[in-house]
Structures are given as structure tokens and as C-alpha cells.
Ligand binder design. Structure first.
Ligand code: IPM
Ligand code: MG
Length: 371
């Protein structure tokens, strides 16, 4: 298979984790006889520094003409601490989502037994946790009309949704549920918001088309609580843009490390794959960030291409590194391996270069200076 992949490394740790995902994709290509061709584009603070624009037109063009997009991370503290900044890195990502019509953001949440000690929850609540969040990504309050009064004392952000915007993502969520545990949970605030009442009405009407899927409805405040109290009850969660943003960060806590979660953003054209963690500026350039979120995003890309055997091999390699204690600093602050070492290890596993009898002393271990 031959594919053209647009790569946007972005800000902070984005470049170093994305490099490892490419390393792994190259290992997959050589092991399974595929050809992945990469072209690079700018976005975020990096693009502002180089061009003055968080999303240059050339990047949109590149993405529109690619089979998929691999993206690193966005954001820089110098913008976060300056509410007056009119040009912001995040504008690049929002504009890219809108330009490519990436209307559905899919975030799988699974727990890894070897990481359960890292979560603040008791292990018994984490058994069997395996769900998908379908977050609407190109509508709602993120993209509604924004105002700020001339005297600066009043601001507003409109939240609007159309039937079409709701139905197209709801179809994807129903389809995913019917291939999984056949349960769809719509998260809304239908006791207060008109947009939520429209979501609820349309999802109810669509139920007849998916008779094998059972549907339930949760208010977002209750959903936030249920995610912690009983996360194993969920299969597919469907929700609007802002609620999905908040709940997906909350859900990431269940896995033990934010550094491990991948995501896919899909629409009608090329899809975008990115780890859900941010730019983590404190770690940038230190080779300590966890590359697994990015590598798992590359695995989601392989699944998206229909390369399911390849994707499964990447996921199995990752499982192996976790089970055998080859982890980055976020997981073990005392005995940890470099970002690049983990990437190489996963790539070697995919190419069957790691013998059964592994000599871990041959793999460079970075010991903490604390002990
Ligand atoms: C995310 C992020 C973005 C969002 C930011 C960076 C604009 O938090 O992808 O979840 O709010 O959508
Ligand atoms: Mg977010």
C-alpha cells in the first residue's frame, strides 16, 4: 500500500514524539512492504514564529492533498499567559479542523493493568474499562459567534448546532457501538440547553435505524461523576464539542497516563491523528516525553487505512514494552527510558528484531539522580 502522510510536528514535545511515531510507521512499512511518503507542514506557535500565521495556507493545501495527517501537539506558555494575544497557536488547530471538516473526534479509553497503580482510582473500578468518546469537533460553542462589548465588560460565545452536524457524527457513533458492546450514551444538558434538546430528539429518532444498539442519556454533570464512579458502564459516549473536550481529559485519568492516549479526527476527507496530550513545554527537547500516545495514534491511522494486522502488531509491541517495564518518566520517574529508546524498541519489536531472551542491560536506562 502506498500512502501520502502530512506531518505537522507542532510545538513543545510534538516533534520528538512524532519522530518516534514515524520511526514506527517506517518499521511497519519495511516489515509489511508498504510505502509511506511524508511531507511536512507548519502549525501552532512554531508556525507563528516562522510565518506570523498559526496555520499557513500551504499547510491546509498539504493536508487536503494527503491520505492522512499525523499531528504532534500545539500550544506555548507565552500565549497562555497573555489573554490579550490576538494570534494564538490553538487558532491553527481549530481552523484546520474546520477547513478539513474533521467533525468527529474519536478517543479510545482503555486501561492497562501494568499502569493501574498510577491512577488515583481503586483498581476494582478500572476492570473492564474500554470505551470510545465521540466528540463533535467543528460546531457548538467553539465555533459560534463571539462578542466583546466596546467597554470590555460583556462577552458572549454562542452555541449552535444544526440537524446535519448532529446526525453525521451520531451515525458514526451508532455504527461504532453496533460493532462493539452495542451501547450508546448521549451526554448532554437537555434540562437546560436548547441545543442539547435537539441532540436528544435527533438521536432518539435515529435509534430505529440501529435496533441492536441500546441508547441511554446522561446529563453532563452526572456523566462527569459516572466516569469516576463506574467507568466500566460505558461503551460509546457521544457528545458535543465542549462537553467532549472536558470529559475526554477526565477520562484520560482512568488509564494512568495522559501520555498514552491517542485520538483520531475524521470527516469526509483525510483524517487527522494526534496524541491527546498537549505540548508539555517543560519537557520539550529533553527526550523524556511519552511517545506512546503518538505511536498509538499512528496505529489508529493504520486501522483507518484498513491495515488492521499492522495496527495490531504496533499495539502488541506497545503492550510488551509496558509489561516489561520499558517506560518513560511519566510512568516511572526513577527508572525510565528515553522517548527515542522507547520508539526504537517498538520499531525493533515490529521488525522481530528483539529476541525472546531480552538483555535489558543492553538497552540504555536512564536512572534518576534521586536514588
Ligand atoms: C483538545 C484541545 C483543544 C480543544 C485546544 C488545544 C484548542 O484541548 O484537542 O482537546 O480544546 O479542542
Ligand atoms: Mg482538550
Amino acid at each position: 500500500m502506498e500512502k501520502k502522510i502530512a506531518v505537522i510536528m507542532g510545538d513543545g514535545v510534538g516533534p520528538e514524539v512524532t519522530r518516534q511515531a514515524i520511526h514506527v510507521l517506517n518499521a511497519v512499512a519495511s516489515q509489511f512492504n508498504h510505502y509511506f511518503h511524508y511531507e511536512y507542514g507548519l502549525m501552532g506557535a512554531d508556525a507563528i514564529d516562522k510565518t506570523g500565521n498559526p496555520l499557513p495556507d500551504a499547510t491546509i493545501e498539504l493536508c487536503l492533498n494527503s491520505d492522512a495527517i499525523l499531528f504532534g501537539a500545539i500550544g506555548h506558555p507565552r500565549f497562555d499567559n497573555d489573554p490579550a494575544a490576538t494570534v494564538r497557536p490553538e487558532q491553527g488547530l481549530l481552523k484546520l479542523r474546520k477547513s478539513l471538516q474533521l467533525f468527529a473526534n474519536i478517543r479510545p479509553v482503555i486501561t492497562y493493568p501494568s499502569l493501574q497503580h498510577l491512577t488515583p482510582l481503586k483498581a476494582k473500578y478500572l476492570e473492564g474499562v474500554d470505551f470510545l468518546i465521540f466528540r463533535e469537533l467543528t460546531g457548538g460553542i467553539y465555533f459560534g459567534n463571539k462578542t466583546l462589548s466596546a467597554d470590555g465588560n460583556m462577552a458572549s460565545d454562542d452555541c449552535a448546532y444544526t440537524k446535519n452536524e448532529i446526525e453525521r457524527i451520531a451515525h458514526l457513533a451508532f455504527q461504532a457501538a453496533s460493532q462493539r458492546k452495542k451501547k450508546l450514551t448521549l451526554v448532554d444538558k437537555a434540562n437546560v440547553l436548547e441545543t442539547s434538546r435537539l441532540w436528544r430528539k435527533l438521536v432518539r429518532e435515529m435509534q430505529g435505524q440501529y435496533p441492536d444498539v441500546s441508547v441511554d442519556f446522561l446529563f453532563v454533570d452526572n456523566a462527569a461523576m459516572q466516569l469516576i464512579l463506574n467507568p466500566a458502564q460505558f461503551d460509546v459516549i457521544l457528545t458535543e464539542n465542549m462537553f467532549g473536550d472536558i470529559l475526554s481529559d477526565e477520562a484520560s485519568v482512568l488509564t494512568g497516563s495522559l501520555g498514552l492516549l491517542p485520538s483520531a479526527s475524521v470527516g469526509n476527507g483525510s483524517a487527522l491523528f494526534e496524541p491527546i496530550h498537549g505540548s508539555y513545554p517543560q519537557a520539550a527537547g529533553k527526550d523524556i516525553a511519552n511517545p506512546l500516545g503518538s505511536i498509538l495514534s499512528a496505529a489508529m491511522m493504520l486501522d483507518h487505512f484498513g491495515l488492521t494486522v499492522e495496527a495490531a502488531k504496533v499495539k502488541a509491541a506497545i503492550q510488551w514494552t509496558l509489561d516489561n517495564g520499558f517506560v518513560t518518566k511519566d510512568i516511572d520517574p526513577m527508572n525510565f527510558y528515553f522517548t527515542s529508546t522507547i520508539g526504537e524498541l517498538v520499531a525493533d519489536l515490529i521488525q522481530d528484531k528483539i529476541p525472546n531472551e531480552l538483555h535489558s542491560e543492553n538497552i540504555e536506562l536512564r536512572k534518576s539522580t534521586i536514588i
